[in-house]
Design a binder for this molecule. Structure first.
Ligand code: BG6
Length: 489
């Protein structure tokens, strides 16, 4: 059984309390942490949004949200206790004249007690809400602000948000969430690299041939089409989740696990990303949209049909990236992500160089691989070459040493938000992004988008549900004599 260390008492105000993120993630996460005894009895959870709603109606909303997100039925007796933490305020949080005194009354006035303001709302109103919090005198004491991604839609808008929020809250009070950093396997990346002496001597250009990061999803954009079409795979997934994975794989060992030590190393990686320009963008990137197909036996629409109009937004992107520093010179990092791909799987593959001399002939051409399964089937596999038993000559096979989470741990994996919310209460910033990280990531992504426009990069297509992206993404690898790792092969 995992043991949970209770956090101190706190208040959390969820702006966008009746929205999708609150329903799917935040309320269930808080419920689970409470059910495991991590949240003290006097913590307060306050939903805020413009919809008229009583405390009772908000409790009912929260109950349905938690039931929907939990595989087993909720225990009603337990729930009655949990719902005592919940209350609701109707207000337009961008309005400085709204009922801020009403909200203040619900909070415990103790300067040491963390008071967390969670912005589960559109980034366009991050700054007005922070300004209103400041004017209402609520940004003082131990107040903290949590910002969801996307932080802006480009470097300029990210800078504006960071400056506006930073004018009210000091940097060490700002928690920029990338929920991938709260995933168990993503946290394990640092442990794998820095708690095992085995890897460090090999973790560089001399031993590593290339790295692949894949985040594939089998679902489409569905009800989020409105948001997604203004974003696309590059802004929605690469700018944040995938670049964060890349940073954890490629950063130098930090001096400690202190938030700033880790974040300083990640920023260096982002700043070392080689800009992709119009000269190489058509060779080193692929953008594509899914067309109609079959997902798990069901016919599904293509992206444009779902949208009901034309669009130049990509639902898939593949990129050959480079990190220009001493450790990673000439080691390509191939990134790909897409909606409506064959299956939901996220993994990182570190491919080592082949042996210098092929003693056993062509059959030992397969080199070692470290495969980190981020989700599902969380685990780590180290592929080694072994001799297939039996007579009839020396046959070599590549097989994994398999460290499966499921086989080794019986605990329930907490959702990423559970960990991240408790870290906000603890004041632990290690798994949150610093301002420069967000801005460096946007700078690289903005450059790529500008290169697509300048080079008129074509939009490719792939069939929903049956393919792992367009054929051009495979060809991008073939031009380098490499293949995407397919765990099925
Ligand atoms: C979100 C993206 O940040 O991450 C979504 O906006 C995506 O488009 C989601 O589906 C993926 O998260 P997870 O945890 O399901 O891999």
């Amino acid at each position: 059984m995992a043991e949970f260390i209770p956090v101190c008492s706190f208040d959390i105000v969820i702006f966008g309390g009746t929205g999708d993120l609150s329903r799917r993630k935040l309320l269930p996460a808080l419920y689970h942490r409470w059910a495991d005894g991590q949240i003290p009895p006097d913590a307060k959870i306050i939903g805020v949004s413009r919809s008229e709603m009583s405390d009772e109606a908000f409790k009912k909303f929260a109950y349905e949200a938690c039931e929907e997100a939990t595989p087993d039925k909720l225990d009603k007796v337990k729930w009655k206790k949990f719902e005592q933490h919940l209350s609701y305020v109707t207000m337009d949080a961008t309005d400085t004249k709204a009922d801020w005194p009403g909200l203040r009354q619900k909070l415990v006035t103790d300067a040491d007690r963390p008071c967390i303001f969670y912005l589960a709302v559109t980034p366009k109103i991050y700054v007005p809400i922070c300004e209103a919090l400041g004017k209402a005198g609520l940004a003082e004491g131990n107040a903290r602000i949590v910002l969801e991604k996307p932080i802006g839609t480009d470097l300029q808008s990210a800078r504006e948000i960071n400056a506006g929020v930073g004018a009210v809250f000091a940097e060490d009070r700002i928690y920029r969430i990338d929920h991938y950093l709260g995933k168990e396997t993503v946290q394990n990346l640092m442990v794998l690299r820095f708690a095992n002496s085995l890897f460090e001597p090999l973790w560089n250009r001399s031993a590593i041939d290339h790295i692949q990061i894949t985040v594939a999803e089998h679902y489409g954009v569905g009800e989020r089409a409105g948001y997604y079409d203004g974003s696309g795979a590059l802004r929605d997934m690469v700018q944040n989740h995938i670049l964060q994975l890349l940073c954890l794989i490629m950063m130098e060992p930090p001096n400690s696990i202190d938030g700033d030590a880790i974040r300083t190393e990640k920023i260096k990686v982002l700043q070392a990303l080689r800009p992709i320009t119009a000269e190489n963008v058509n060779k080193d990137t692929v953008r594509a949209q899914y067309t109609s197909g079959n997902v798990e036996g069901e016919k599904v629409d293509g992206y444009l049909n779902e949208l009901g109009r034309g669009s130049s937004t990509e639902t898939f992107v593949a990129i050959k990236a480079s990190v220009d520093n001493w450790r990673w010179a000439r080691v390509p990092i191939y990134l790909r992500t897409g909606k409506r791909m064959k299956a939901r799987h996220s993994e990182i593959v570190v491919r080592f160089r082949p042996t210098p001399h092929a003693m056993f002939g062509a059959q030992d051409a397969q080199s070692n691989r470290l495969v980190i399964n981020v989700q599902p089937d969380e685990g780590v596999q180290l592929y080694l070459q072994i001799k297939e038993p039996g007579p009839g000559g020396l046959k070599i096979k590549s097989l994994p040493l398999n460290l499966s989470y499921q086989d080794n741990f019986t605990v329930r994996y907490p959702d990423a938000y559970e960990r991240l919310l408790m870290d906000v209460v603890r004041g632990n910033l290690s798994l949150f992004m610093r301002r420069e990280e967000v801005e460096a990531a946007w700078q690289w992504v903005d450059g790529l988008i500008a290169a697509w426009e300048e080079a008129d990069t074509p939009m490719r297509t792939y069939t929903a549900g049956v393919e792992d992206g367009p054929i051009e993404a495979k060809m991008m690898m073939h031009q380098d004599d490499r293949e995407w790792w397919d765990s099925g092969t």
